[in-house]
Design a protein around this ligand. Structure first.
Ligand code: DQQ
Length: 573
């Protein structure tokens, strides 16, 4: 035991010091070959989450094949059963009745056939017209080629869908000399949709040179797939498109619809996870069912101005239609911001964000996201502040809740718009947030919340607004500043930010933060923009953590609402 621990420590030491085991394969994640089977026994675990999904140990990444089947929600996810870095990838499997409490089952899909012997990578579930589910996933074959495979439940009457059968015809889609597909950039099938012609369609992420694209395949029987001549959509300079997702949204309703629904009140959303930037971007547009083309309202001309689900850490997301509550649910992976050495020490890496309901904003210009209502049943010890003025330079503690595991909703009225700083030139909002972090006093703002604040404010994560005047109109900046979140400077302390489409003349600025030991998931403007941050305080842990409402601007602001709750622990696996 002692010997193996010493070996383990030596392996980590040499790999980190010499760095020779870090292979950056073109395919996807960093590959730390000799750390893929290293386990940890650390009992000091201040960063494990109380209600964000994660398994008891090891590495996780993308959510896969989410669906509701026979009254249960199923979540599969990319998982390394042997260590805290990416590798040995299988589809781990958990089920839930409420998207909050999860029960683990055995891995559902794991390497067992030539068509997936080197890994079972991401994919999606489709509920077929007979009500039975089918999973399309990427397998890595003996030549390390990416191919697409199909699995069916062994027993479709089992609501737990414990066992899956891979069909003998696999792989169903493969790179060949004839189709010219790059075998290391061909992965992550979407949920399929059924056209009026009775043919299924599915998208596969791909790139040609640096042109990212969603390849389209059609099938009559879900087994024989034929590649369409043209991709559904492509954009030059965007690099590999991972985990594409295409789904319909209703133009004037918060209800979700099944993936095959189309018609006059339907708009379509195409989401892609860009391997080059590690962010999830979405385009709103029209799906031309006759030509099998997606026509976005505005395209990918400038990646920085394309809308994102989340302006913090959030990747490889996937939606599914929840037929019980007629809503579309979005799930996403939130990676660590800590060093690989720290991940190995704690023995795990990666969590999932709280499932979000997602719908088209009434303007038609963007999506809105909100944590599923079920999460609210974890709320306890409600705190409700009376309306109060938060004076310039003031911070007030939100007391009487468990600050390291909490849900806080706050709204600010900021009316002294003549005090807003002038923004002469448009600037990247993330850069603006990092130049004007929470500690930099402003005119109107910064005001917002300090999460994971230590006594004396040596550590804190600040989520805040700052209002500028730009071209004579107010411009709202929404930031999450991690620069002081930890005294451990080995963490990624990048500040995140975006502009928020809210008019402070007519609307209050609302913020909801889901705070959970090492994650702060913040929804600005009633879910118009979301920023997720991973933080690892060294002082503000567990009972030592505090929450404040703060205003470091020159103008007073009014808190028109502050509701906060301790969050109970969920069964997260
Ligand atoms: N993760 C999977 C791939 C996918 C990537 C491998 C995205 O299928 O492209 O674990 O994070």
């Amino acid at each position: 035991m002692a010997v193996s621990r010493i070996c383990c420590v030596l392996a980590i030491f040499f790999s980190l010091v010499l760095g020779h085991c870090v292979l950056n394969i073109e395919a996807t994640h960093h590959v730390y070959r000799n750390l893929q089977t290293v386990s940890s026994s650390s009992s000091n675990q201040p960063y494990r989450t109380g209600y964000h999904f994660q398994p008891p140990k090891n590495w996780i990444n993308d959510p896969n094949g989410p669906m509701r089947y026979k009254g249960l929600y199923h979540l599969f996810y990319q998982y390394n059963p042997k260590g805290a870095v990416w590798g040995n990838i299988v589809w781990a499997h958990s089920i839930s009745k409420d998207l909050v409490n999860w029960t683990p089952l055995n891995p559902a899909i794991y390497p067992s056939r030539p068509s997936d012997i080197n890994g079972c990578w991401s994919g999606s579930a489709t509920i077929l017209p007979d009500g039975k589910p089918a999973i399309l996933y990427t397998g890595i074959d003996p030549n390390n080629q990416q191919v697409q495979n199909l699995a069916y439940p062994k027993n479709a009457s089992d609501p737990y869908l414990k066992e899956w059968i891979k069909i003998p015809q696999n792989p169903l889609m493969a790179p060949t000399r004839a189709n010219g597909i790059n075998s290391s950039s061909f992965r992550d099938p979407t949920t399929a949709w059924l056209g009026k012609d009775g043919h299924y369609r599915v998208l596969i992420g791909n790139k040609r040179d640096t042109r990212g694209m969603a390849l389209l395949y059609r099938s009559k029987d879900f087994v024989h797939w034929v590649k369409a001549k043209h991709p559904l959509y492509s954009a030059k300079g965007t690099g590999m498109w991972e985990c594409p997702d295409l789904f319909p949204v209703l133009s004037k309703s918060m209800f979700g619809v099944d993936t095959s629904v189309d018609g006059p009140f339907v708009r379509h959303v195409l989401k892609v996870s860009l391997d080059d930037t590690k962010h999830d971007y979405y385009l709103i547009g029209t799906y031309d069912a006759k030509k099998d083309k997606f026509i976005p309202d505005t395209g990918f001309q400038n990646v920085n101005s394309v809308l994102r689900y989340d302006y913090g850490k959030y990747y490889a997301s996937k939606t599914f239609f929840d037929d019980a509550k007629k809503r579309r649910i979005l799930l996403g992976w939130v990676n660590e911001s800590s060093s690989v050495a720290d991940d190995i020490k704690k023995g795990w890496s990666g969590i999932h964000a709280i499932p979000r309901a997602i719908w088209l904003h009434k303007s038609g210009k963007q999506l809105v996201q909100w944590p599923v209502a079920e999460i609210e049943k974890l709320r306890a010890n409600p705190i409700n502040w009376p309306i109060k003025v938060l004076k310039a330079g003031q911070h007030l503690q939100v007391t009487a809740i468990t600050a390291a595991q909490a849900d806080v909703e706050v709204s600010f009225e900021a009316k002294e718009l003549e005090k807003a700083e002038i923004l002469e030139k448009w600037m990247d909002p993330q850069v603006l947030c990092s130049r004007k972090g929470a500690a930099i006093k402003g005119g109107l703002g910064p005001f917002g919340l300090l999460a994971f604040a230590s006594k004396g404010l040596k550590e804190y994560t600040a989520v805040f607004f700052r209002i500028f005047k730009y071209q004579n109109k107010p411009l709202v900046l929404f930031c999450s500043d991690q620069s002081r979140s930890s005294l451990n400077k080995n963490n990624d302390l990048t500040t995140y930010g975006t502009f928020l489409d809210v008019d402070p003349y007519t609307e209050n600025l609302s913020l909801r933060s889901l705070i959970d030991h090492s994650v702060v998931e913040s929804f600005g403007g009633e879910g118009k923009a979301v920023i997720t941050a991973r933080v690892y305080p060294t002082l503000a842990i567990n009972d030592e953590a505090q929450i404040y409402a703060f205003n470091y601007g020159a103008a007073d602001v009014k808190i028109t609402r502050l509701n906060a709750w301790s969050m109970k622990k969920a069964q997260i696996n």
